[in-house]
Structures are given as structure tokens and as C-alpha cells.
Design a protein around this ligand. Structure first.
Ligand code: TYM
Length: 333
């Protein structure tokens, strides 16, 4: 069945292997399936929920767009745009914010993590961020939303908002309830330094992640230094219990070589760690280095990138504006 796909990535710099494996790689696969309609958004309105340097933000919007293109998202097949160029997102988000309940937002674990101890000082934007995310998805009648595991709760909130709106305003099918598309084994790529922590752009240690713009030498070095343990390579999946670092490295290898973990375990069961790490470094370099070089090439051509975003936003605007007009009518404006 044809799917309507929507997903977004924040332009906050340091795009990493977790973003690639958990999200962007999947975007490309979905785009290349017949009949799917895909919309991929650089969510700059989300980015300003924490303080951004204006100049850096502009560069990061272009860099994230370049990363989409370099990874294989094609503007001829998918709509690529940045959120702030389409005012319907902000308008829709306000209306949905009047449908969502405080109690629902209070449960969002990502707010708790990001706000930290001093949540009184967090921006209101950070708190209502999942409502904006619901607007992003619902305005395009998206049926499927490819994301990493960390966005699952936000997706569930989008579904709750859609259902409550439909019910409150007696408009049974106005909003679609979107399905998350979360890849089973690759939805949570972990830090290279601590297998219990998610790979994240905000980790102070650069050695914890492979950035999409890392050089070959940096990649090789980071994999060499990645944490492992003193046991042998596992011989079957049951041997992965309590070995999160090993499981993570095997997942990365499996995703990039398009095979399941079971096959990867078999492939390396009688090898030692240094052999496995060498081959892991090879495959990461093979996949990520061309992307890295292409990002660096593309982001120099700011006019080209800006044109893609402008063009994509015009297409997105057509869809989202129409939905917001209908939404306003239902609400009584
Ligand atoms: P963001 O920008 O934090 O991350 C972009 C995508 O990368 C995934 N991801 C990971 N996947 C696996 N392992 C990791 N370590 C890892 N780190 C990040 C995220 O799950 C995400 O899919 N709120 C969203 C952006 C957003 C959005 C939307 C997504 C805004 N509106 C509408 C879908 C639909 C976010 O902050 O993603």
C-alpha cells in the first residue's frame, strides 16, 4: 500500500551515525519504494527551543539539507524543506496546543531529560515541542513516520492529539492517526563510550559518536577507541545479554551491511575483536565517507541548497495551508 511519509531532523549540528542509521537511511529506503509519497523536513522551529546562534543555525539548516541530499534523498522524488518557511506549522501547532492536555505533556521523558534539573528555566517552546511535532505530521495526513526509538513517545502523543481533535470536533476522519516506523534492531544506536547511553549530538565527548562529517582517520580512530569488554566475540544472540557495547557495534555493522545481527554474529564468531573492529571501520568509512565528502561539497553551494528548500517549501505549503484552512473552519474561525 502507498504510504504518506513525514519525518524531520533538527538542524542543531553534529549529525551523527545514530541519525543516519535510525532515521535518514530509512528515509532513503522509503523514498525508493514505489508509490510512497515522502516529505522530509529540516525542523528549524524545533531547533530554537534551546538557544541557537543565528549564524550557526543558518549554516546548520544548510548542512542538514546537504546531509539529506548526500545520503540519497532526491528532491525529484521527495519534498525537502525547512519548517520555518511554511507558516502553517506554527498556526496548526497553536490550535493543536489547545487540544493537547498538560497531563500528557508532563509525561514526556525527553522534556525531562533536556530540561534537566532546572526545568523552571527551560523555554516554553521546549515544553510544547511535541505539539509542534504533532502539527508537522498531522498537517500532511502522514500515515507513517520513520523515527528512532527516542521519538516514539512523541509519536504516541501525536496520535492522541489527532484522536482527541477528531472526537471533540465530531470530525471522525479529519486527522489520520500516524503509525511510527521504527527499525527493530537499529532504532537506538548507542554511544561508543557507554553502551547504556544513546549516541547523541549533545554528548560532550566527540569520541562517543561518529559524525557524518568526520574524516576517514577520525572514523578509524573512534572505532579503535570504542569501548568493548574482555570477553570473546559472541557466538549467538543469547550471548549479547549485558554486553551493550558489543551489541551496539554489531548493530552498526549489521545496519550498514544490510544484514541481520544473527548473520553478523556468525560472520565474526571465531574472529577476535581487533579483526571485527577493523572490518567495522572499513564499512563505516565505505558508507559514511562519501556522504561526508558530498555534504562538504554541497554546503559550499548555498544558493543551490537554498533553492531546494524554497522549492520544497512551496510544495509543502500547498498541502499544509489547505489543511490548516480546513482546520480553522472546523474550529469555528
Ligand atoms: P532529532 O533531530 O533529534 O533526530 C533525528 C532523527 O534521528 C533519530 N536518532 C537516532 N536514532 C537511533 N539512534 C540514535 N542514537 C539516534 N539519535 C537520533 C531520531 O529518533 C530522529 O528520528 N523531534 C524530532 C524531529 C521532528 C520530527 C517531526 C520527527 C520534528 N518534527 C515530525 C518526525 C516527525 C527530533 O528532535 O529528532
Amino acid at each position: 500500500m502507498a504510504k504518506k511519509i513525514f519525518s524531520g531532523v533538527q538542524p542543531t549540528g553534529n549529525l551523527h551515525l545514530g541519525n543516519y542509521i535510525g532515521a535518514i537511511k530509512n528515509f532513503v529506503d522509503l523514498q525508493n519504494k514505489k508509490d510512497n509519497q515522502c516529505i522530509f523536513c529540516v525542523v528549524d522551529l524545533h531547533a530554537i527551543t534551546v538557544r541557537q546562534d543565528p549564524k550557526e543555525l543558518k549554516n546548520n539548516i544548510r548542512e542538514t539539507t546537504a546531509a539529506f541530499l548526500a545520503s540519497g534523498i532526491e528532491p525529484e522524488k521527495s519534498i525537502i524543506f525547512n519548517q520555518s518557511l511554511v507558516p502553517a506549522h506554527s498556526e496548526g501547532s497553536w490550535i493543536l496546543g489547545c487540544v493537547a492536555r498538560m497531563g500528557w505533556l508532563n509525561r514526556m521523558t525527553q522534556f525531562k531529560e533536556k530540561a534537566g534539573k532546572d526545568k523552571e528555566k527551560a523555554s516554553i517552546g521546549l515544553y510544547i515541542y511535541p505539539v509542534l511535532m504533532a502539527a508537522d505530521i498531522l498537517l500532511y495526513d502522514a500515515t507513517h513516520v520513520p523515527v528512532g526509538e527516542d521519538q516514539k513517545q512523541h509519536l504516541e502523543l501525536s496520535r492522541d492529539i489527532a484522536q482527541k481533535f477528531n472526537l471533540d470536533f465530531k470530525s471522525p476522519n479529519f486527522f489520520q492517526t500516524p503509525e511510527p516506523l521504527i527499525q527493530k534492531n537499529f532504532a537506538r544506536i548507542m554511544s561508543l563510550k557507554d553502551g547504556k547511553k544513546k549516541m547523541s549530538k549533545s554528548d560532550p565527548s566527540d569520541l562517543s559518536r561518529i559524525n557524518l562529517k568526520d574524516t576517514k582517520d577520525e572514523i578509524v580512530n573512534k572505532i579503535k577507541k570504542a569501548k568493548t569488554d574482555n570477553e570473546d566475540m559472541p557466538t549467538d544472540e543469547s550471548k549479547l545479554n549485558n554486553r551493550p557495547e558489543i551489541e551496539n557495534l554489531l548493530s552498526i555493522y549489521s545496519s550498514l551491511s544490510n544484514q541481520n545481527i544473527k548473520n553478523t554474529i556468525e560472520q565474526f564468531s571465531n574472529k577476535n575483536f581487533s579483526e571485527f573492529k577493523a572490518q567495522l571501520a572499513d564499512i563505516v568509512v565505505e558508507i559514511i565517507s562519501p556522504i561526508s565528502e558530498e555534504i562538504k561539497r554541497l554546503e559550499k553551494d548555498t544558493q543551490f541548497i537554498d533553492d531546494i528548500l524554497l522549492n520544497g517549501s512551496q510544495k509543502a505549503e500547498k498541502i499544509a495551508k489547505l489543511k490548516v484552512e480546513k482546520l480553522k473552519k472546523i474550529v469555528g474561525f
